[in-house]
Ligand binder design. Structure first.
Ligand code: ZN
Length: 262
């Protein structure tokens, strides 16, 4: 294989890895936002149940005041009872007392209801706080995991960039321009292996004379797919396993097969 083709394959291999790392890195902000949103949701639930309890306490104070006011009236009516002269006036006062006592009973019922629901709100607050603590514990673990994954990815990105610079240094500038153009046009895959006399990226058949030329060991020419314009390379089947073995950093056959699936 041409030296420049081998260098381009090395570069393609690094670029595929870099692409994967960048995709992983770009997903982290969303993951962190999801974790934060779950914690915020649990906090809001605690605040909501506390606000409901505050409202209940306010209602309770109002009903307590109602009870006191009606009791005052009953006392007042009873004081007046001792001073009335007529039977009608006495009966009328008795009626007022009865009505006021009914109101006291009603206010006391409401008060009791409020106290019961107050206990319910206490329980709800405790449950919401317990849930918040659990959500926060899980979130803490998730953030730590995300941070760890992120620093691994950042390290891989830095290493990949160094490797890429090394690979680029081996390739003539005009060839780099060419490579970059095809990369942009074709979903970050600029090279395609010829398999079964076809471009493995787009499936187009390679002309027989081109295929013959590619197979000649001494060939100095570079070929492109006529359809997708990717740079073509060919590895003799018998040689492919042996050729791939000593250089684990670049694995042209595997890489080309994954590219063709995309
Ligand atoms: Zn093609």
């Amino acid at each position: 294989m041409l030296k420049v083709l081998q260098n381009l394959l090395d570069l393609q291999s690094v670029d595929t890895r870099l692409q994967d790392v960048r995709t992983r890195l770009s997903a982290f902000p969303k993951k962190i936002a999801e974790v934060d949103a779950r914690v915020a949701g649990a906090k809001a639930e605690v605040e909501k149940s506390k606000a409901a309890q505050v409202a209940t306490v306010k209602d309770r104070k109002k009903y307590e005041l109602d009870v006191e006011q009606w009791k005052d009236r009953v006392r007042k009516y009873k004081d007046q009872t001792s001073q009335v002269k007529t039977n009608e006036a006495y009966k009328a006062l008795q009626h007022e007392v009865q009505m006021a006592e009914d109101e006291i009973a009603k206010a006391e019922d409401r008060l009791l209801e409020q106290m019961v629901s107050g206990e319910e709100y206490d329980r709800r607050i405790k449950a919401a706080e317990k849930l918040l603590k659990e959500v926060e514990d899980v979130a803490r673990a998730e953030r730590a995991k995300i941070d760890a994954e992120k620093s691994v990815a950042e390290k891989e990105l830095a290493e990949g960039n160094t490797e890429r610079a090394r690979a680029v240094a081996q390739i003539p500038e005009d060839m780099m321009d060419h490579y970059d153009r095809i990369m942009k046009k074709h979903n970050n895959v600029a090279l395609a292996e010829v398999r079964d006399e076809k471009c493995s990226a787009c499936g187009m058949r390679v002309r027989p004379h081109v295929f013959q030329a590619m197979r000649r060991a001494a060939s100095e020419e570079m070929f492109h797919c006529e359809t997708c314009t990717r740079i073509l390379y060919y590895v003799e089947p018998a040689a492919s396993a042996a050729a791939a073995a000593p250089a684990p950093a670049s694995q042209p056959p595997n890489q080309a097969s994954s590219a063709s699936e995309n």
